[in-house]
Write a protein that binds this ligand. Structure first.
Ligand code: NDP
Length: 325
């Protein structure tokens, strides 16, 4: 039996329950790993609340990201061996001391990436990678707006976009968060809880506005995010930390400048194994070379996952959060 944090009924952070669970012997295509660090992500709260349905029914083990060492192989697995250092992003099963994984969704870790770094960055960093390199290709000279620029995905977007040569405007919920976003490469900070962020973007850019807006906040920043874009600009709505955007009127895109809009998820960008490895390798390269750093600003014991969710949802965290089994 191993310790795991499960959801028996959907709800607030209080539904996260510490249980002992059995981890079966790996079947065909599966590996078993002992986890050294586990990532906490906003998407974990969507599953816990029932906003995203559990694909495995109830109860389910929370969590989508982690890193550890291979302890057992399924009968036909040849790409991995016992002792390999690995990391993953998959739907559910993360908050557990040990777990099974589909080998096809697991990647080997380079020696210069620690377990804690990996658990803090696989989901957030591969997301930053596809957002900046695939959804909209950020290049030198672009001006971009990153909402929640001190958050887990936010600080990676700030650093990586800066490294690509963009001017980064970030929004933040407090002075402390604004300072963190700045330290991670944001050129300008807007305090969107008290300032009109669209008006500030206009002022900062001298009316030219942004080439792309990366918006993981959702309801609270819509539709004002569209007012931050120059004609033909790209609105990338990649999350809903403040709630989902409802009743999106596509005609807004015409009126606000023939804009493009997309609602992407990592699942699709990493669906093929070659795409998963492509994103992971680009991430390992920018982190391994020191161009992008992964701040692990909150660390909790696995059994304290409830507190981690409370802090994340009350806007009390910055950078990445991990659990240690
Ligand atoms: P963050 O660390 O960014 O935490 C969320 C942040 O959102 C908060 O710290 C807060 O920052 C801001 N926020 C604004 N309004 C609210 C609100 N009402 N309640 C709570 N937070 C609010 O989380 P993650 O880095 O894990 O995820 C960021 C976003 O990216 C999420 O929306 C997530 O779903 C999305 N995501 C999407 C993926 C995809 O492929 N589509 C993959 C990974 C993440 P502040 O106080 O500064 O406003």
């Amino acid at each position: 039996m191993v310790a795991a944090v499960r959801v028996h009924k959907v709800g607030g952070p209080e539904v996260l329950t510490v249980d002992d669970i059995e981890v079966p012997v790996p079947g065909p295509g599966q590996i078993r790993i002992k986890q050294h660090a586990i990532g906490v992500n906003y998407i974990d709260t969507y599953f816990r609340q029932g906003m995203y349905p559990s694909p495995v029914g109830m109860p389910f083990v929370s969590g989508n990201e982690g890193a550890g060492e291979v302890t057992q192989l399924g009968p036909d697995v040849t790409d991995f061996k016992v002792g390999d250092r690995v990391a993953y992003v998959v739907p559910l099963g993360g908050y557990s001391a040990e777990r099974l994984l589909p080998a096809a969704r697991t990647v080997k870790l380079p020696d210069n990436i620690s377990y804690e770094q990996a658990a803090a960055m696989m989901l957030k960093g591969m997301t930053a990678c596809y957002l900046l390199r695939r959804t909209f290709k950020v290049e030198k000279g672009h001006t971009i707006l990153v909402h929640a620029a001190a958050g887990g995905v936010g600080v990676i977007l700030d650093q990586w976009a800066k490294h690509l040569g963009a001017t980064v405007i970030g929004t933040a919920g407090s002075k402390e968060k604004g300072d963190i976003a700045k330290a991670n490469g944001a050129d300008h900070i807007i305090y969107y809880r008290t300032e009109d962020f669209a008006a500030k973007v206009k002022e900062i850019t001298g009316g030219k506005l942004c080439d792309v807006v990366y918006d993981g906040v959702g309801a609270d920043t819509f539709p004002a995010s569209l007012d931050c874009l120059r004609p033909l600009g790209m609105f990338v709505s990649f999350g809903a930390a403040s709630g989902a955007i409802k009743a999106f009127d596509i005609n807004l895109l015409q009126h606000k400048g023939s804009l493009f809009a997309t609602r992407p998820t990592l699942n699709h960008y990493a669906a093929k194994r070659e795409d998963l490895l492509g994103l992971a390798n680009e991430l390992f390269e920018v982190v391994g070379s020191g161009k992008v750093k992964i701040p692990v600003n909150q660390k909790y014991a696995l059994k304290d996952a409830r507190k981690a969710h409370e802090d994340l949802e009350s806007r009390g965290t910055t950078g990445s959060t991990i659990l240690i089994p």
